[in-house]
Design a protein around this ligand. Sequence first.
Ligand SMILES: C[S@@+](CC[C@H](N)C(=O)[O-])C[C@H]1O[C@@H](n2cnc3c(N)ncnc32)[C@H](O)[C@@H]1O
Length: 234
Amino acid sequence: MIKLSERLTTIAKEVKKGETMADIGTDHGFLPLFLWENRISPKVIMADISEGSLRKAKENCNKLYPDENFDLRLGSGIEVLQKDEVDCIVMAGMGGILMTEIMERDKAKAKSFNKFILQPRNNIGILRHWLYNNGFSIINEQLVREGKYICEVITAVPIEKAVIKSMEPERIEYQYPHSLIKFKGPLTREYLSTKLNIEKNILSGMESSDNISPNELRSQNYRIDYIKRLLEKL
Ligand SMILES: C[S@@+](CC[C@H](N)C(=O)[O-])C[C@H]1O[C@@H](n2cnc3c(N)ncnc32)[C@H](O)[C@@H]1O
């Protein structure tokens, strides 16, 4: 039996019973194996761009279920899938920009799947900006602890019409959206407080530097006030 980490458990819970799924960047294959052995997903696809990673997944499949023929696919992103082939796509543990590139490469195919569960390692603001501007709605935001980090898990579904957000993707409003308050959980305060301290440290560094413009200082102060206002809403 597979025992998942808290992070992968949070992701697994977003896959509903009966939904088929593909795990893009599966590496060890633990998540699809868990969903299959617990009879949550009747069909799982394990995909990875790296032969070494896919070999790891294959070894785990053979060790746990030597008689089963699992569907493992070598290749980049969703190019290994047919349109509409599964209900649900998981991409976890890779960069947020890579996730946008994977979906951007074939938007029509990306929008043919019912649901994306995304756990980016970084650049989550850029990922949110891409989702909003390309016809996806974020239906859940969760935070989960992994070691000393708090990871974000986004669940997004395609919608008819993109809600165009014209601000720059790097804006703090995408990094820490109000939906974090809407979907607040036990880690939200700690998460935002940690981010606030990081932004305050950046400001201290800027203040002791000689070549920072008033504009840069103003925008750093804006980031700090923005997070403080979010914390007040909790
Ligand atoms: C850090 S591992 C994450 C493993 C697992 N998803 C998890 O969250 O525990 C990232 C995996 O993504 C794979 N990867 C990177 N770029 C990819 C791409 N364009 N398409 C598919 N897989 C990719 C890597 O080979 C690696 O196995």
